[in-house]
Design a protein around this ligand. Sequence first.
Ligand code: ADP
Ligand code: MG
Length: 617
Amino acid sequence: MDIIHLLPDSVANQIAAGEVVQRPASVVKELVENSIDAGAQHIQVVLKNVGKAVIQVIDDGKGMSPTDARMAFERHATSKISSARDLFSIHTLGFRGEALPSIASVAEVEIKTRQANEELGTCIFIAASEIKSQESVNTPQGTNIAVKNLFYNIPARRKFLKSDTTELRNITTEFLRVALTYPHVAFTLTNNGTTIYNLPASGLRQRIVNIFGKPINTKLININCETGLVNIRGFICSPDQARKTYGEQFFFVNNRFMKHQFFHKAVTEAYSGLINPDCIPSYFIYFTVDPSLIDVNIHPTKTEIKFQNESDFFQILMAGIKEALGKFNITPPLDFDTAGSPEFNPVQSEKDTAYVPRITYKTGYNPFNYTTGKITPEDSDFEKTTASPVHSKGKVPANWDILFDGLKEKEESVQTSIPGMSEPVNPVIPSTTCYFQLRGRYIVSPVQSGLMLIDQKRAHERILFEKYLEESDTHKMAGQKTLFPETLELSAPDFMLIGDLLPDLKHLGFELTASGKNSYAIQATPPDLSCNRAKEVLIELIEYYKNTEGNIKNKMQERIVSALAKAIAIDYNTSLTCEEMSEMTTRLFACKHHNFTADGKTIIHILKYEDVNSWFK
Ligand code: ADP
Ligand code: MG
């Protein structure tokens, strides 16, 4: 008995839909790309309930004939390629002929479309792959397609749709990728009648500014680099724009958005030394290459694109960005990778002043300005010692010796001259202190069990985290009023996002009042936060949220506190005095948990004395 049979089209389409249509955002992407391919100049995306109820895309492109409109919903029906050879020279966004049939298999679809030379258009209604009706209608030139009740016939998939905030965020992500590729096309995006984006046709710079807000304008640095292999153009952002979390990073190749880890590395390498290691620069970079050098024919929803000879592109990209940054006169003054240069910088040596250009600055804010906590021996990893501490001028806690080895030996050791050298060998540590800073990042000090390295920023984060958490637990933190409220201008989705956070922000001392379109006036800030940094911190908070997947409502307070602590904590390359390092260490050990930050990063590492010894065997 034969048991193999062909699947009905509706089932085959649903299977394909599993790959092409994962969420409302994928529908938006496919429909908008079709409008672009149809040569539209104006594209409207209209959502109801963040696309869960309706996703409608209206364009003024070339439209379809009544037969084509029907055909478009057949599997592998496309007007864009006709032979395998065409696969190597794709100039449209779509080419598989899969999107419309897939969408129509998992939703109800109504399409109205008319070509320029026709008087009447056609209207088709399809549900679960079945054409329910087709008739002639009066409709403007172009295509108006509405996708309703996505996954209505697959309850299991419908159930897996995420929160409105997440689905909307996914939609805006897809929408922006297209909007940034085609600045000369006008776009709008609305949800339940509220305009999220209204982007008139413009140049690229104007488009970026319309999306991300006016402040980005002065940060954009033009990049333009033409070689035989590739043309690279677009904008990178000045280093001070770099965000602590993922900001805006966009690569496009031949007018198609792509993700490319390797090229991303080329960008970050070009910036190295100019930004903090945990910051990521924003960029909008457009490659134009011979289509035969890239492979877009991989998974339909994958945004990775393979290049031939990737390392050539890498080099060109990195050089192009370095040049652009150089023209902007912001290349680092020193090359830090010089082999053999000493690793240890004595505290506050002259070298510190010639260090990486600082993009964040130290404000008048004193992070150590609160009462001393107590060190609990049980919490510390350190062996007890009876040696009396030798320590800089700072206040020495009573049980300091639990942590620190005395430096007697060091003090007693006499400076010796190595024969043949004119200069005496200077001990790296001044005898009055037991701390030094390594590369503006680690606080180094000898302890009983060896050499302790503390990540200064993470330590500070932990200290602030516990402090704020405790304060906000026990009472509402009183904000400090700002004399001249700064305005926080946001993009529409960010504006909505911060709306969710307002009550918790208020509890921490922020006071924001809506002022004008998509902006807030900052009326008050948390006690430790100087008002000129408040804006920066709020933007970081939003960034942090945007990139925190999962249930945000859960432990909301803790997350905001953690983000606030992250934002306020001193940056790397901030040089610290001995007193400050001492204070930081003491505070850290007064924390409930001092080994890890709130998000699980290591704060302390100890180089064991025995290990050090073994190197000299
Ligand atoms: P693909 O884009 O891969 O060709 P789709 O399923 O997305 O496959 O679309 C099938 C065909 O329907 C397209 O090739 C195109 O001819 C036509 N089509 C789809 N959307 C539009 C539109 N908005 N305007 C004009 N034609 C369209
Ligand atoms: Mg398509």
